[in-house]
Design a protein around this ligand. Structure first.
Ligand code: NAP
Length: 315
């Protein structure tokens, strides 16, 4: 009979690591399963300036490395594995990886979400060099520069407004001739002098040698391509992509309750609709997806899992 963990945590981003730290510190046996690398989305960030108490010149990888170390110090186990199936139907939950199977009294899902990409030439090469998916993280780098925001949903329009606090001009590029964002949010953007709109257009290519230098837009009605170059004095501009997120929840469809977009529904204590199953971080339905909210979710989920185990299984 294989070991039954108190808690198995799926995902080793900030939410999963924080859950592991709190669980292990509460003397629960905790196993964190990570598919690729520790850290999730944050390890792709060059500078983390908004995490309270972060050190000077903090990068995503440096912050995550300290989180991993701290989590290990408290005794959480970590394993690499690709979770292929879960069975939440009984009190003892089963998490199946390609080459191993784990049993647990509780499970915390912290699989994250990833920003949807434009999938155009130049996007990948220039990510972190002018192309960004996070205004909260990167807007400051474009103080007094021009920026383009791509997308027409609530995120694109709200973030475009946020960007006007830094950039001297924000151009919102949307693929249709009307925004998807809520009318109340749209109105504020239309009334903001620093925001201009380019309609019916998609990003065809992003160009630059080490930094974004120009963007080629395609007018989707006429097929016409227009290349917009950075202002000579600036040499560069920002391209902020807000075309939705993809939650990593394919595995959990039909097993736990998700919203229409695929995010996991939880209450404020990170409980899903299945007893003993919790969710933390970007994968759950929430409004602010940041490291600071992910680690908070992880801590809450672990504390709730501990209470549940005490109540359900006793000591
Ligand atoms: P979203 O609502 O899915 O909007 C994505 C936007 O990107 C849409 O305008 C879409 O265009 C566009 N798009 C998708 N793929 C594209 C592509 N390949 N190239 C160019 N454009 C593309 O995503 P979101 O804005 O991130 O919002 C996600 C959820 O969070 C929504 O439910 C939203 O209401 C919610 N949210 C709420 C608030 C708030 O209430 N304050 C704030 C932020 C987010 P089309 O319009 O043509 O489909």
């Amino acid at each position: 009979m294989s070991k039954i963990y108190d808690v198995v945590i799926i995902g080793a981003g900030p939410a999963g690591l924080s859950a592991g730290l709190y669980a292990a510190r509460a003397k629960m046996s905790a196993l964190i399963i990570e598919k690729d690398r520790n850290g999730g989305q944050i390890v792709t960030t060059e500078e983390v300036a908004n995490y309270p108490g972060g050190i000077k010149e903090e990068t995503g990888p440096s912050l995550v490395a300290r989180m991993v170390e701290q989590t290990e110090e408290f005794g959480a186990e970590r394993v690499k594995g690709n979770v292929v199936d879960v069975d939440f139907t009984n009190d003892i939950k089963i998490v199946k990886c390609e080459d191993a199977e784990y049993q647990a009294k509780s499970v915390i899902i912290a699989t994250g979400a990833s920003p949807r990409k434009l999938d155009c030439p130049g996007e990948k090469e220039l990510t972190g060099k002018g192309v960004s998916y996070c205004a909260t993280c990167d807007a400051d780098f474009f103080t007094d520069f021009e920026v383009f925001a791509i997308g027409g949903g609530d995120t694109a329009v709200e973030e475009a407004m946020f960007l006007t606090k830094f950039a001297r001009k924000v151009t919102l590029v949307h693929r249709r001739d009307e925004l998807r964002a809520a009318k109340s949010i749209q109105e504020k953007a239309f009334n903001n002098d620093k925001i201009e709109f380019i309609w019916n257009s998609a990003v065809h290519e992003i160009k630059g040698d080490g930094m974004v230098e120009s963007v080629v837009l395609e007018n989707l009605e006429t097929g016409e391509l227009t290349e917009i170059h950075a202002h000579e004095d600036d040499g560069t501009f920002g391209i902020f992509v807000f075309v939705g997120y993809i939650p990593q929840t394919t595995l959990f469809k039909d097993k736990i309750e998700l919203d229409k977009a695929g995010y996991i529904l939880t209450d404020t204590e990170m409980r899903t609709n299945v007893e003993g199953v919790y969710s933390a971080g970007d994968v759950r339905q929430k409004t602010l997806r940041q490291v600071v909210t992910a680690v908070a979710d992880g801590a809450i989920a672990a504390v709730q899992a501990e209470k549940y185990i005490d109540h359900k299984f006793g000591h």
